[in-house]
Write a protein that binds this ligand. Structure first.
Ligand code: HEC
Length: 241
């Protein structure tokens, strides 16, 4: 898959370069790019793109679409620059391919430009973000969840990262309700597996997903059953004792 992508991109880059040339000729000096805000771009990437794409600098672990570090690695090696990638990513946001998985026009104008500039700046680059970029998206501060009156509160990360705010939870045997509030725009649910299998409703934008099960002592997993989210790390251990 990676090899096919790497082969596809340079062709697109060539097409884009030709397109950009036409624009420059037509628009002359009046065509200016406003300065991109990389901090905002990173925040938007995490909330709008990271649930489907892996990008190591952004801590994004999505696996629905191509890994963007892998997608751009060969192009970097071939000597293309961040500026070439920026145009490509911006173009992709407006016109994703016919796969119909990636929604078109997720972002427009300056917002798309910010995300495209951020992806272009960091994709396939070793190392980590520093300075203001390192602080752009809060690290998920996971704390164990403890049952209160038969309920466990295990909320989703509000910035859109594929994580719960708890990676472990404990409860007493009997009826246990798992409650997950999701303030992000990425759809999530909460589910339990082990001796029981239960899946709560998918919610987004402030919705609460709940699931109730009668649990015997033992170890269970809580997770998000939306495609790819568990694999990306949206899961934890529930100990009943
Ligand atoms: C719902 C999942 C989903 C979301 C959200 C999503 N993408 Fe994608 N993206 C995909 C898939 C799947 C592909 C592969 C091509 C296709 O089917 O459209 C893709 C392809 C791409 C590509 C081309 C990579 C290549 O190797 O050719 C880029 C760049 C990209 N996405 C960037 C973004 C950015 C930036 C965002 C956020 C604004 C975003 N994507 C949001 C699923 C997603």
């Amino acid at each position: 898959m990676v090899r096919t992508l790497a082969r596809r991109i340079p062709r697109r880059l060539v097409a884009l370069a030709a397109g950009a040339l036409v624009l420059v000729v037509l628009g002359g000096c009046t065509l200016k790019h406003p300065t991109a805000n990389l901090v905002r771009g990173k925040q938007l990437f995490v909330s709008k793109c990271g649930s489907c794409h892996t990008l190591s600098h952004a801590g994004a672990t999505g696996a629905v679409g191509p890994n963007l570090d892998a997608a751009f690695r060969q192009d970097r090696a071939d000597g293309y620059h961040s500026n070439d990638f920026r145009g490509l990513v911006d173009y992709w946001i407006q016109f994703p391919s016919n796969g119909n998985v990636m929604p078109a026009m997720l972002l427009k104008g300056q917002a798309a430009e910010n995300v495209a500039s951020y992806v272009a700046a960091v994709a396939a680059k070793p190392g980590q973000d520093t300075g203001a970029l390192a602080l752009a998206v809060a690290n998920v501060n996971q704390k164990p969840a403890v049952e209160q009156n038969g309920a466990l509160e295990i909320d989703a990360d509000p910035t859109g990262q594929l994580k719960f705010l708890a990676s472990s939870a404990t409860a007493k045997p009997g009826s246990v309700t798992l409650k997950m509030k999701n303030m992000s725009s990425v759809p999530h649910d909460i589910a339990i597996k082990g001796a029981v299998n239960q899946v709560g409703p998918v919610v987004t934008g402030g919705g609460v997903s709940t699931v109730t099960a009668t649990l015997k002592p033992g170890t269970y997993e809580f997770y998000c059953s939306v495609d790819g989210h568990e694999a990306a790390g949206m899961k934890g251990t529930l100990t009943v004792k």
